[in-house]
Design a protein around this ligand. Sequence first.
Ligand SMILES: [Zn+2]
Length: 423
Amino acid sequence: MHDVDKVIAEIDRAQDEIVELTRDLVRIPTVNPPGEFYEDCAHLLGDRLAAFGFDVDYIDADGRPEHSAAYPRVNMIGRRRTDAGPVVHLNGHIDVVPAGDGWTVDPFAAVVRDGKIYGRGTCDMKAGIAAAVFAAEAIRRAGIAVPGAIEVSGTVDEESGGFAGVAYLAETGRIARGKTDYVIIPEPLNVDRICVGHRGVYWFELTTRGRIAHGSMPFLGVSAIDAMNEAIAAIRRELEPALAKRVTAMPVVPDGARHATININAIDGGQPIDGIQTPCVADRCRAVFDRRFLIEEGFASAKGEIAAIVRRALASMAGVDHAIRDLMVVEPVMTPNDSPVVAAVDAAIRRVLATDARLVASPGTYDQKHIARIAGIPHCVAYGPGELELAHQPDEYCRIDHLVSATKVMALATLDLLRSARL
Ligand SMILES: [Zn+2]
């Protein structure tokens, strides 16, 4: 029997184990915020990997403010080395977003029904983590001697930026160029798609300031809310049509996200709305914006464009001041088209699913940004089971046939990469 067929046979045999590991992971409600039960989840994974021949390390995010006694940020890395050769790292985040309303099943019971596993985090991304574990294990069970090392990590806080998770492992050299060759992140991008990066993110806060006055004589004051209204109107009128015309060459899905976009996250002006009201003209208003910029635009031009539009909009309003403060900047990330990791996953998808893989880019960001920017590793993709549209939704689920297929794809891609040259 050919090695590839042996691995596929082992995964078919392990189907129930893969489903049960996914369910065990989902039953630990690692809800973020605030970041609950990370330690339990890291140990469940670590124990399983140790039983599968991995050396396992637990890494607390010491020094990070969110790593507290109440909510410890515990990451897990398992490593199985057989011989000198490439290092393939499979990384999944163990945190899930809050369940929210609208569920028809218990979000943490991991109910199996009609060939699907239901629960918060089934698709995003505990099925992906189970797939990573069994991709590695199937290679071992098939008795295939391969050079190199397989690493599987479970990391925290992806949903809140990943700073105590993948970023921490990259900053402390656990994941690093020269040490780690290829990274696959099994985020739920659909079983036949390979994700090669994402657009850039610019979060900023715009503050407008006017002058307080009696609310019965508003003409004696300057309303900061009116000023914010002007700024937002200018953004709607001038910026949005321009952004809608800009299309990236990156294959971002869905189609609407191939454009540059802007969203208002929050707005707050005048008196606290639930407090006791007094007649006053609002002298302060703040809003937080989320601008997604294209790799072709670049951060400096996206930032400069907004500053100019707001400045122009408010220039004619006497007595208005404004300030823009950067809250977060994430540069766009794109895996090189000719990366061996893209070729390996592409070939594995064709072998397992008998279909051509589609290259996509994510509408939002994920931990690849830290792999690329901090660890300096360009050869990273997201590939895993689960449908992107179901992430963070009520009644989130992962199809079991997709889980099994993605495990096969990850195993074959890993095998292929372990046999390739070291970078
Ligand atoms: Zn995710």
